[in-house]
Write a protein that binds this ligand. Structure first.
Ligand code: CA
Length: 523
């Protein structure tokens, strides 16, 4: 009997250790706390970490029995990566650390951080506010998600297609939907004196060449046109069609549409010479009626004021980008500069994972959110009538969260911020325009723009760049077609693409796809 139970116990323990090491269940208290270490991205690296008497330390200890130990990460990404990779090498990672892409992949490969899929459901409020499919995909390798990714302070999808509503009304036109509708409205805006001044001085579309590595060719201001053909941005980042958009068959069609705009004089001809400021001055002078513009450059008080003065009856509205022949449509592409909060395997083994999840969830509760974002209510901030934290009206003005001396108190803001209306409304306040007395807000405009169709190109800004000569050939080649130096026909386009490939275009595409695949960016 004794013998038998020994065998059972032995085989059970074998099964157990084969499956997993036993993870202890922790029940720490304020008197017997567990230390949890966090290397974090500071809000202001010139300021110090929170002081030893920071109220959040006390709350966290009393509520969770956690002794939170903070270390500020360097602001320089290279230094930061070195610090994290060195800790990985020496096997002394903190319990939690915020990492960039490269160390993230390194830590996953070395099996030093835990998959966190099971932790998301433990933090429902945080998950709903701060994470989405993109962010989870960013940290997912071979079906497992290894961290909590957030875009920091950067705002995505912050541009949109705007149209002069007063011009549409004047000419009795509906809001355009298809690419054909758009071209017809552009024709009317160019030819039918939409501003009613009796002069032939307006154009349908306004733009300038604004290029970067992930918005090559004619750049982002023309992307609503290319988006109608499924070709916004430099790269297609889908698993199925990964590659350079310029090498896709539909590119010829998209470019032909731009040629129509150019040849019929529907686009402000100065677009090829405009810089950003010229473009912005031009829409404020009423030169064109459709454009892609950034929410704040359009709608913030000081940016809108010159237009308001000149055209008190004028009105722009945000509309859907044109829908192309295959039903495609996009304002453009967006990337997200994610950083990822990861939890070490060691912390998991010590049983800290559920505690960490509870702590992270608390951080976005009303108590944690305002404390991390603005400090203590009634000390560092008060709520205004819209429940927005403000500094005006606190008892001791020197303690305002806006003062440099108080910056250590909000160093962990990035642990809780998610570009909510509360965070952005002080940056983009609602105001009344001086001349037309319209109520405007760059935040309302932003939210409208974010609702429109966009294409994810996350990671495309990290892909290999074309060689200088190839880049020049690419950009100038398109301009030669646009300006009529080279006539755009099926034949001339095919020839140009052949030359593009011969100069390294195809090799560039292959290198890009390879890198995107290795980095797990394709979707
Ligand atoms: Ca006119």
């Amino acid at each position: 009997m004794k013998h038998r139970s020994f065998i059972v116990a032995l085989s059970l323990s074998l099964v157990f250790s084969a499956c997993r090491e036993k993870i202890p269940e922790l029940h720490p208290t304020a008197d017997k706390p567990v230390t949890i270490s966090l290397w974090y991205d500071a809000t202001v690296t010139e300021a110090s970490s929170p002081p030893a008497d920071w109220i959040a330390y006390k709350i966290i200890r009393e509520k969770f029995g956690i002794n939170l130990e903070l270390t500020m990460l360097p602001v320089n990404p290279t230094e930061k990566n070195i610090m994290v990779n060195a800790a990985a090498e020496g096997n002394n990672l903190p319990d939690m650390v915020v990492v960039n892409r490269e160390p993230l992949l390194n830590l996953i490969e070395k099996d030093l951080i835990m998959p966190v899929d099971d932790l998301y459901p433990l933090m429902p409020r945080r998950t709903e506010k701060m994470y989405n499919e993109n962010s989870r995909r960013f940290a997912t390798v071979k079906g497992k998600c290894y961290g909590f990714s957030t875009p920091g302070g950067r705002i995505q999808k912050n541009e949109g297609v705007l149209i002069r509503k007063d011009w549409l009304d004047k000419l009795g036109l509906a809001v355009p939907k298809t690419m054909e509708d758009y071209l017809n409205v552009m024709r009317a805006f160019t030819r039918n004196d939409p501003d009613g001044n009796g002069k032939n001085d307006t154009y349908g579309y306004g733009a300038f060449i604004e290029i970067n590595s992930y918005e090559e060719g004619l750049g982002r201001r023309l992307d609503p046109i290319f988006g109608a053909y499924g070709l916004a941005g430099t790269w297609n980042m889908t698993e199925k069609e990964a590659g350079l958009n310029v090498r896709k068959p539909a590119y010829y069609e998209a470019l032909s549409t731009v040629m129509t705009m150019q040849n019929e004089g529907l686009i402000d001809p100065n677009w090829l010479g405009y810089k950003k400021d010229d473009f912005r001055a031009a829409w404020k002078q009423g030169r064109f009626g459709i454009m892609r513009e950034q929410h704040s450059a359009y709608a913030s008080e000081s940016n809108y004021a010159p237009f308001d003065r000149k055209f008190p009856e004028g009105q722009w509205i945000v509309i859907d980008p044109p829908v192309g022949p295959q039903g495609k449509s996009a304002v453009g592409v967006y990337t997200v500069p994610y950083t990822t909060l990861v939890i070490s395997k060691q912390a998991q083994k010590e049983g800290k994972a559920p505690l960490i999840a509870a702590l992270l969830e608390w951080m976005v509760s009303d108590e944690g959110y305002y404390l991390f974002g603005w400090g203590q209510e009634g000390v560092n901030f008060v709520f205004n009538e819209n429940h927005i934290p403000v500094a005006e009206g606190i008892p001791e003005p020197a303690k305002a969260f806006t003062k440099a001396a108080q910056q250590p108190l909000t160093q962990l803001r990035s642990m809780v911020f998610w570009n909510s209306d509360i965070e952005l409304s002080s940056r983009y306040p609602t105001y009344t325009t001086e001349f037309s007395h319209k109520t405007m807000s760059a935040l309302v405009t932003l939210r409208e723009m974010q609702q429109k169709a966009w294409v994810s190109a996350i990671g495309s800004d990290t892909l290999p760049l074309p060689a200088t000569e190839l880049k020049l050939f690419y950009e100038q080649g398109l301009l030669e077609f646009i300006t009529g130096k080279q006539k755009l026909t099926k034949e001339s386009w095919t020839q140009w693409l052949d030359e593009f490939d011969r100069m390294g275009g195809k090799a560039w595409e292959e290198a890009g796809i390879e890198k995107a695949r290795q980095s797990n960016y394709l979707y």
